[in-house]
Design a protein around this ligand. Sequence first.
Ligand SMILES: [Zn+2]
Ligand SMILES: [Zn+2]
Length: 208
Amino acid sequence: MDETQISQELIQKTIDFHGHSCPGLAIGIRASEVALREVGPSSDEEVVAVVENDNCAVDAIQFLLSCTYGKGNLVHLDYGKLAFSFYRRSDNKAIRIVAKPGAFGRQDDEFIVLRKKMMSRDLTGDEKERLRDATAERVGKIMEMDLNELFKIMPAKGPVPRKAQILEGFVCDACGEQTMESRMRRFLGQTLCIPCFEAKEKKIQNGL
Ligand SMILES: [Zn+2]
Ligand SMILES: [Zn+2]
């Protein structure tokens, strides 16, 4: 047993931020625990998180590490993996944390079985109650598991992702809305934002 080192108070704040307690968030809390130990929190942008999924776990990382989408030190790769990398700019230390298969439980665990059932039909009142209990039990297990049993922890490959860029904005010739320079397109002598560019392109394709 290697019970979480994050205080109950902070865990509760993370749950409040996310909106509910669930196994995905619990995995995010435990991954954050590894990241806090290895690279520390990010007071500004010195720690960059790269997350390979967009599930509940990411909210724990945003809240506990202060790696957030708005600051640009949270990068999402749509790989559908429970994997999280953290890069510290000051010394280039970088780790990748990957949840081991079965982190959510075995395929025949009640939690998994009921969750699958929920996707195809409404659960009965009794099933709902059992799912609630099974979810709480799964969360409890994840929070108590040895971090090395839960995750594979390794150095991360590749360079630190680039700093968020602050670029000059231009006004789109079609809609008049200010748009980042790097997202503008040139089209038949006009400078357009992406939606306007795509709309014009479609018109031409349709022969209009
Ligand atoms: Zn959740
Ligand atoms: Zn536009």
